[in-house]
Design a protein around this ligand. Structure first.
Ligand code: GLT
Ligand code: MN
Length: 388
């Protein structure tokens, strides 16, 4: 009998408030849904048993709000959190909407724009700490180029690094219990964005003053936009010990940013990402960063759908991880190691190097080993489709 899906706070699902505030506007047409304020978004998510939310400063108070207006918004957010039990899992700065950021924020040529961007981030980092956010995200929305001769990419990376270093020092000085997270994206709204993939972000992090304070939150759609493999991107970050948050959604490859509901594009790939997060006990929030189709009247079916899709895939992961036929074939794939080469390759020593140098291999014979990938993939497909 099919198992029932039930979502609880223990699942640690989270949403960007901007996802449910999204009103269906696209480059070809205006809004199709009524406005929902940031506070209403937090409350609506909390009432539906969602564990956490992420927000941008501009989602909760308008740009240029005075201290009193800002305090009021923060107090209302706290009220909504208290009333519904939802937490603030992560926060970020809107460094992309206002025209001042039209040519980038941290990578702008104009030092005054960079300073304004850092000031804006600094101010919201303090609010985020007050709301209990343990992760602070940097998505370089406008950090990129349309005209490459106009911006030296070396200089741009240097400026990005400087701003992150400055903000890390701020977090340390304020003693906020918070880590940063870089969110890679290859393009849109710029033709080409800096820090396009997880690998780019990890490489920059290694050059920061406080690399331990900075992780990565890969986003499914951004990875597919780059034509890359979500499982491999998530795994690269996880293996580096840098997976501090995740942005789940769906996206057809190599297209405009679609931000569809999680599971809407490629269930097999989604299953393998859920399996990775399950098998390696990812313990952060599972955050959905997507938006309802423009045809939806309100965001709530979308919210439920994302969480149900994850839970449904989790059930499939249980089946995959206990399917005797599949497990046997996977084991066969790894094969035996009768000569102990695993141990030799694990560490270099004179002895191991000598053993390797003197060994006799028969590549033609090794090449004959049967690898049942067709059957393995078919078994996975059948589990996914629910057939025996
Ligand atoms: C924006 C973008 C997302 C980022 C958000 C954080 S905002 O909606 O599409 O992928 O995560 O700034
Ligand atoms: Mn995102």
């Amino acid at each position: 009998m099919a198992k029932k899906i039930s979502v609880s706070r223990a699942d640690k699902f989270a949403f960007g408030v901007w996802c449910v505030m999204n009103r269906g506007r696209d480059p070809f047409g205006p809004e199709t849904r009524p406005a929902l304020s940031g506070i209403e978004a937090i409350r609506g998510l909390g009432e539906r048993g969602v564990y956490g939310f992420e927000y941008h400063d501009d989602d909760l108070w308008p740009l240029g709000a005075g201290p009193a207006q800002k305090r009021k918004a923060i107090a209302r957010a706290r009220q909504a959190m208290k009333a519904t039990g939802i937490r603030c899992t992560a926060a970020t700065t809107n460094l992309f909407s206002h025209p001042v950021f039209k040519d980038g924020a941290f990578t702008s040529h104009d030092a005054r724009v960079r300073a304004y961007a850092v000031q804006k981030a600094m101010a919201n980092i303090d609010v985020a700490a007050e709301l209990g956010a343990e992760v602070y995200i940097f998505w370089g929305g406008r950090e990129g180029t349309d005209v490459d001769i106009g911006k030296d990419p070396i200089e741009a990376l240097k400026r990005f690094r400087e701003c992150l270093n400055f903000l890390c020092e701020h977090v340390l000085a304020q003693r906020h219990p918070m880590v940063f997270s870089i969110e890679p994206k290859p393009n849109e709204p710029r033709s080409d964005t800096y820090l396009a993939t997880a690998g780019h972000a990890l490489a920059l992090i290694a050059t920061l003053d406080h690399p331990d304070m900075v992780g990565v939150n890969p986003e499914w759609a951004h990875i597919k936009m780059a034509g890359l493999n979500p499982l491999h991107e998530f795994a690269q970050v996880l293996e580096a010990g840098k997976l501090v948050d995740i942005h789940l959604n769906a996206q057809k490859p190599l297209r405009y940013d679609q931000d569809m509901s999680f599971g809407a594009d490629n269930p097999k790939e989604a299953l393998l990402v859920v399996k990775l997060l399950t098998d390696y006990a990812y313990s952060g929030a599972k955050t959905f960063d997507a938006h309802p189709f423009r045809t939806e009247a309100d965001p709530w079916d979308f919210v439920e759908r994302c969480m149900r899709a994850y839970k449904a895939l989790e059930l499939k992961v249980d089946q995959v991880n206990s399917d005797a036929r599949l497990l046997a074939m996977l084991e066969e794939l790894v094969g035996a190691d009768p000569d102990g080469w695993d141990a030799v390759l694990a560490s270099y020593s004179k002895r191991n190097a000598g053993k390797l140098r003197g060994a006799k291999f028969n590549p033609d014979k090794l090449a004959q080993r049967r690898l049942r990938y067709e059957q393995i993939d078919q078994r996975l497909t059948e589990i996914l489709l629910g057939v025996e």
